[in-house]
Design a protein around this ligand. Structure first.
Ligand code: IPE
Ligand code: IPE
Ligand code: MG
Length: 252
């Protein structure tokens, strides 16, 4: 185990930039534990996590990644104390305002995946403005999963499809995997090639359940606020050493 880790470490920095994954997704986890370790309130961890997100998104742009999807707030995270939820919503508001201002200049477009219904009118408005501006921007596509749940997304897709059937616009016979993908928040975005979860938890926590069917997974003990470029490189190097078979027998 130790040797294996050492090998991956040694390879960090040896990213083959000509064979990058097209789409990396990431569960931004470990903010609370990062703060606890330092005797700080959990919201201080979320503030640091937001900084890490800014840095890593910029690095993704620098290396020429096409899609970066991050899990910021799940459909289950409402169970947390109100002041923590409010602090996270405040950070999201701040980030969206920034994105609205800088998206064009930074050539980074932001999309929001999730059920926006229970969000505050202010956040909803910022999400709508973000989506509007994103239409005119090229470059790295960052998808921010906000009040996102994989099961919720699939249910939402099923309902929307059923309604289209009721209106006579389509029929159950027409439904294929490709068509169903168009009913998800991620429509028009290729499936993630690599899904990263920091913080030491080895579970998916309702993230990209449909889209992650053939993703490569990478788990690391590093807490999200401590995650840096080197960690991302390590994940990419690990990805580049794997053989993706998609049920076949591999490259010949
Ligand atoms: C991730 O960090 C942020 C959100 C889920 C919003 P956590 O707050 O879950 O941090 P830990 O897992 O408690 O350390
Ligand atoms: C997943 O982390 C959700 C986000 C990072 C936004 P959680 O901290 O909510 O997941 P669990 O509760 O450990 O499964
Ligand atoms: Mg957590």
């Amino acid at each position: 185990m130790f040797l294996k880790r050492k090998k991956v470490r040694a390879l960090a920095g040896e990213v083959d930039y000509s064979r990058l994954p097209r789409h990396i997704a990431l569960i931004m986890d470990g903010n609370g534990r990062w703060a606890k370790k330092r005797g700080l309130p959990r919201k201080a961890g979320h503030a640091m996590g937001a900084e890490t997100f800014r840095r890593i998104a910029l690095y993704c742009k620098e290396i020429g990644l096409e899609y970066f999807t991050v899990y910021a707030f799940s459909t289950e995270n409402w169970k947390r104390p109100a002041d923590e939820v409010n602090a996270i919503m405040g950070l999201l508001e701040k980030y969206l305002l920034e994105a609205i201002e800088k998206m064009e200049k930074e050539q980074m477009k932001l999309h929001i995946f999730g059920d926006l219904t229970p969000l505050s009118p202010r956040l909803k408005e910022l999400c709508a403005r973000t989506e509007e501006i994103a239409k005119t921007v090229n470059g790295l596509q960052v998808n921010l999963c906000l009040n996102y749940g994989g099961r919720d997304e699939i249910l939402h897709g099923v309902k929307t499809f059923a309604e289209a059937c009721q209106r006579g616009e389509t029929t159950p016979d027409a439904l294929t995997e490709t068509l169903f993908s168009q009913y998800l928040y991620s429509k028009d975005v290729p499936d993630p090639d690599l899904i990263i979860r920091p913080s030491g938890e080895i579970r998916i926590s309702n993230f990209l359940l449909w889209q992650g069917a053939y993703a490569e997974y990478y788990f690391t003990d590093v807490l999200w606020p401590d995650f840096d470029k080197e960690e991302l490189n390590r994940a990419i190097v690990s990805y580049q050493h794997r053989s993706r078979r998609f049920g076949g027998i591999g490259g010949v």
